[in-house]
Design a protein around this ligand. Sequence first.
Ligand code: AMP
Length: 464
Amino acid sequence: HLLSRRQRQMCIRDRTKVVPRINVLRLRTFFYFYEGGTMKYNRPRGTVDITPENSEKWIEMEQLLRTVAANYNVKEMRTPIFEHTELFSRAVGDTTDVVTKEMYTFKDKGDRSLTLRPEGTAGIARAYVENKMYALPEKLQKVYYMGPMFRYERPQNGRQRQFHQFGVEMLGVESPYVDVECMLMAVTIVEALGIKNIKLHINSLGDDESRTAYREALKNHFRPVLNDLCEDCQARFEKNPLRILDCKVDAKNPVMASAPRTIDYLSEKAKAHFDKVCSLLDDLEIEYVVDTNLVRGLDYYSHTVFEIISDDPKLGAGSTVGGGGRYNGLVEELGGPATPGVGFAFGMERLMLALDDEEDEENGIDVYVMPLGDEARDLAMQIITMLRANGFTCDMDYAGRGLKGQFKSSDRFGAHLSIIIGEDEVKGEYVNIRCNHSKEQSKVKLEDILSYIENHYEGDHEHE
Ligand code: AMP
């Protein structure tokens, strides 16, 4: 062994020490890009690879979303990526575009029809019933989820076939205060991300009584012009005339703009609910617009619906970054007890697009170790192992390059310190530690490496 037993122990003595200052955001992934050969496999259309270059931005966003969730006392819930197909046709509605055109449905080897989840609410509501969460002592269950969703749509900027949503569901209490709690949380998220030019659009679809009255009004409106509408709309007319309003084919037909408005058909109870939502938003000074055209594309909504719409040109004007609403019938529809619910979901790719492209200089690693020669490499590996065990983020050169190449990596990784080890250093049992900011360089004995680095960081904090 190159180092004496005592020296090695000196280096690894702290390997099991608790790692107090590790910061997930600063952990970098190393990756190699293989350029040889011909490319044979492409990712499926509408999917993206999140490479280390932008995974940090994702992690940062996820951290922020979790922080806001904790701030609102909302706990995470994780449900399967695939569910029985029947769940979505029931919950989302079998006349919706999502169910009729966009689902990734397949048979498993046991001949069951399964579907990759196109959205998160159905799975959460299913799990709420299956896990008897309605019987928990805390009546209002507030949960969030985050993960991939799948819809067979035409891919374009901000629209993918596999995309990610962060969503929140609040189940068990029927109160306009909970609607507003959801909207507040959605607004907090976009504000915390620093996304500007957003507007909160709200509307009410009303309760069952309002919806029945509205359905009749819609049918009366569309009946005379039914033949001018697309085939899908003609089918929707009997089954679910509300869905005619979000038809992409007939969107420009003037008969859409003159269609009756849901808020003119609200029952007294539904109107009182909606008025309270508006007055709470007023009291909290949350800006919003009552958008009578807002109906949302999923069948389970009732009462309040809302969308967060961005005017950011990067997204295309009027793009929806997130939306949600109340769904009082859903849990019962899935076989649970009558349970009110309200929730929302953000498309994380759209949030990402709306984020400012600020480079975060804080994201560099603490130490990059640069060995020159085989003996130095053995020592370097012991040093990074010891430093990592003490919570420092580090890396070293494994490619056996010269100093110049290694300094380039140190730069690319934004290393705060570089440790340079050549033959003389190995013989003399010391290393050179260079601060890449001040450019100061010191000779440090092997056994003093950790305390030197710790002092260096403490010194840093004093300046803050
Ligand atoms: P929805 O579940 O349809 O209300 O969608 C909620 C949010 O998810 C939307 O506002 C979008 O931000 C996002 N979203 C929906 N579909 C897609 C998609 N195909 N690609 C990317 N984001 C999407």
